[in-house]
Design a protein around this ligand. Sequence first.
Ligand code: C5J
Length: 223
Amino acid sequence: NKPLTLATATPFPYTFNPAHTALVVIDMQRDFIEAGGFGASLGNDVTLLQAIVPTVRRMLDAWRSVGGVVLHTREAHRPDLSDCPPAKRLRGSPTLRIGDVGPMGRVLIAGEHGAEIIPELAPLPGELVVDKPGKGMFYGTTVDALLSHRGITHLLFMGVTTEVCVQTSMREANDRGYECLLIEDGTESYFPEFKAAALAMLTAQGAIVGWSAPSSAVIQALQ
Ligand code: C5J
């Protein structure tokens, strides 16, 4: 229960106390990472995202070994689609729309195979798991209460995709007063240039949204 400092974080050192910090894993679910899900239905190459799985697992293991709070999110709608705006379901020309039946069950629907977090990163008993209807993790969820009840003031982000759900969640968190850091090699995008741009814009202007650092720096600080 003491503050740790990541001296090499971007754009300047980041100090956090693991007792008041949550590791947030955004949407590491089949629908984004495996063939036949939501990500693939939008025309994306999902294999790009699979590369970060071992890093996310290493970071999770290190965080679990110090007893830190873990929050997993899933982008998933209610089976009756009552929390899915028609604008989201009807936009564009995906091969499958939200709620349609695909190879992994109904696309982006809570409880379906595609909405499950991939087995390598499965939540452990006691870890927080939140289904979110939007891209950001605070919209339409109880995440703020879950974190504040546990005395959480700092958030370490991982997950997919960097410039969509991770960036939106980090911006929402920053506006709510959390001190946020994005783990650079624990996040990925279908578009590598968008990942680079997101990292740059989040940390620019004196950490206007927050910090970034590689997982190795966080793991080393925890040892
Ligand atoms: C997207 C997400 N990309 N989890 N969702 O639609 O980033």
